[in-house]
Design a protein around this ligand. Structure first.
Ligand code: ZN
Length: 374
């Protein structure tokens, strides 16, 4: 199976400049090719990407466009390929008509030539960028690397790529079926763990960061209003500075959340159950609830489920998502009686049949763990 690896790069200033150039050239190529396709379309001709590419090669030979030769050709070829992909999904009615990439909204990344990518000790060789230092806990296998690309998150540089690995041959506990109930007040309740997994957003650290974020956002909106000229917003140096601070706070918060999700899913996987059962939550439906949407977004449910899925696959653990109409909360985990009048505010489940008393979410997680077992 394929596993994707992301490592942190430690480029020198010179290398960083080249990498920023690569991002710029990648964007230029995309927009240039899109413009070409649009022109052809207006003449009633459907584009042919290999013709567009040939024309691009000619463009690079012109004196005005010599700068395009400073970055890897692969970066630009892949950029055109991704445009081709976007067009294809548009013709299949899956995607929208490709748009020009704006400098502001651009995802900061560029493709790297895979057959020139080598790792040696803590140095990796990237075509046209050079020998870049990196930091990682992974042992990078010596093999073919698929889809390598560099990205920048506003502070750090990363290199991501796929490697082919064998499935982990771990012995799984044949008697352990784990049920996980995701929640708002706690992140998750696991049937076989005594303590619930905490909601990272309720920790002091995150609360403090959130508070600071809110304060900055208020500040910046005040400054925007104050510097408004007619209908136009003017960016002062102060606003730019504040925007930078806000961006870095967002980045920090999302890293803390992502880290917590990874730690949690790893902790559960390390119990090596033979299967993991979760509810198939209607997340997009829940997001429509204005009281819940922020909490759900901050808890990263999508990400949690995504990680759980691939980590299960990697370890050969069966991953089951139960239909959302399965009465995991309403069933008594002791005798199996279904309590149909259970309300959302009832935090303790009391069974009318056998008198069993248990925390509501714990009860749900036990029921999920027992799903389909007799
Ligand atoms: Zn009962």
């Amino acid at each position: 199976m394929k596993k994707s690896i992301r490592i942190r790069l430690l480029p020198t200033q010179e290398q960083e400049l080249l990498m920023l150039k690569s991002i710029g050239c990648s964007r230029f190529t995309y927009n240039w090719a899109l413009n070409k396709c649009n022109e052809l379309y207006q003449q009633g001709i459907k584009y042919n990407m290999s013709d567009v590419r040939k024309e691009f090669t000619q463009l690079k030979k012109q004196d005005d466009f010599k700068w395009l030769n400073e970055v890897s050709n692969t970066t630009m070829v892949e950029s055109m390929r991704s445009l081709d992909k976007a067009f294809k999904s548009f013709f299949k009615k899956i995607g929208k008509y490709p748009k020009f990439k704006s400098k502001r909204k651009l995802r900061q990344s560029f493709y790297v030539r895979y057959d020139r990518l080598h790792f040696k000790n803590n140095i990796c060789n990237i075509e046209k960028i050079g020998k870049v230092k990196f930091k990682t806990n992974y042992k990078i296998p010596n093999c073919k690397y698929s889809n390598p690309y560099c990205s920048f998150d506003g502070k750090y540089w990363y290199l991501s790529f796929g490697v082919e690995v064998e499935e982990n041959q771990t012995t799984l506990n044949k008697n352990l079926s784990i049920g996980i109930d995701l929640g708002i007040s706690n992140l998750a309740i696991v049937n076989c763990l005594d303590k619930p997994i905490k909601n990272i957003n309720k920790t002091k650290r995150v609360k403090r960061l959130n508070k600071r974020l809110k304060r900055l956002q208020r500040q910046i909106s005040r400054k925007y209003e104050a510097n408004k000229q007619g209908n136009k917003f003017v960016k002062t140096n102060n606003i730019i500075k504040l925007e930078k601070q806000i961006k870095s706070l967002h980045r920090k918060l999302s890293n803390i959340r992502l880290n917590h999700t990874h730690q949690t899913t790893n902790k559960i996987i390390k119990l090596y159950p033979y299967r993991i059962v979760m509810e198939d939550l209607n997340i997009s439906g829940m997001m429509k609830n204005k009281y819940l949407s922020k909490a759900i977004q901050e808890q990263c449910f999508y990400e949690f489920i995504r990680q759980m899925k691939y980590k299960c696959e990697f370890n050969g653990i069966e991953f089951i998502q139960v239909d959302r109409f399965y009465p995991s909360s309403k069933t008594c985990s002791c005798c199996g009686q279904i309590k149909s009048d259970l309300k959302l505010k009832d935090r303790i489940y009391v069974c009318d049949n056998c008198g069993f008393e248990i925390d509501r979410d714990k009860n749900a997680s036990i029921n999920l763990g027992n799903y389909g077992l007799v």
